[in-house]
Ligand binder design. Structure first.
Ligand code: ADP
Length: 193
């Protein structure tokens, strides 16, 4: 576990299950269909109940008939979860040949912007794209932390950003990124955020 204060925003890492977080908004590592998947997405829908999926279906029928593109985010009810909102963010699938860092960074930035529109003070993130989508965890952590440090202080309502990591490996990677080992404070420059 690590923590750091950046221009009035507390940024911290904790181990655990994001569906249990008592924050204003949790971020779901969704896929473009918004209609459910495994990993975080499966856990969010299981724990939050059918209201969340119903809201996602309505979004597909209205604003996003072709799905939500990678790098974007949209909010729904949190159903039965302790959080007030779920922000569904779509990360890119990792590719060895194609640098999609900008889309991973955008998934965090757009989630924080949507949290601002909701007037959320506290937001919890999982390690977007670092599961089924295959993003190497150390790089995923640098992009997540680097983007958050650059974006969250610009959003008026936000006071706390918490990264909730499901494995020890992920927690350690995010701790290193947040502690600045390997120059995480400059991650924005190095990963072109
Ligand atoms: P993606 O498809 O974007 O890769 P996944 O849901 O497969 O998303 O995984 C993203 C990360 O979230 C992985 O590191 C995975 O271990 C982790 N994870 C899975 N379930 C949970 C959960 N309930 N809470 C927090 N993190 C989780």
């Amino acid at each position: 576990m690590a923590g750091r204060d950046v221009e009035g925003v507390r940024i911290e890492t904790v181990p655990g299950d994001i569906t249990l977080q008592h924050v204003d908004a949790i971020v779901n590592a969704a896929n473009s269909s918004l209609l459910g998947g495994g990993g975080v997405d499966g856990a969010v829908h299981r724990a939050g109940g059918p209201e969340i999926l119903a809201a996602c279906r309505r979004l597909r029928e209205t604003r996003y008939p072709r799905g939500l593109p990678a790098g974007d985010a949209v909010a729904t009810t949190a159903g039965r979860l302790p959080a007030r909102h779920v922000i569904h963010a779509v990360g890119p699938v990792w590719s060895r040949h194609d640098d999609r860092t900008d889309r991973l960074s955008s998934a965090y930035r757009r989630s924080l912007e949507v949290a601002g529109e909701l007037r959320a003070a506290s937001v919890a993130f999982p390690a977007i794209s670092a599961g089924v989508y295959g993003w190497p965890i150390d790089d995923a952590a640098r992009v997540a932390v680097g983007t958050t440090i650059l974006t969250a202080p610009r959003i008026e309502s936000i006071r706390l950003v918490r990264f909730v990591l499901f494995s020890r490996t992920a927690l350690e990677a995010f701790d290193r990124a947040l502690d600045g080992v390997g120059g995480s404070a400059r991650a924005g420059e190095r990963t072109r955020i």
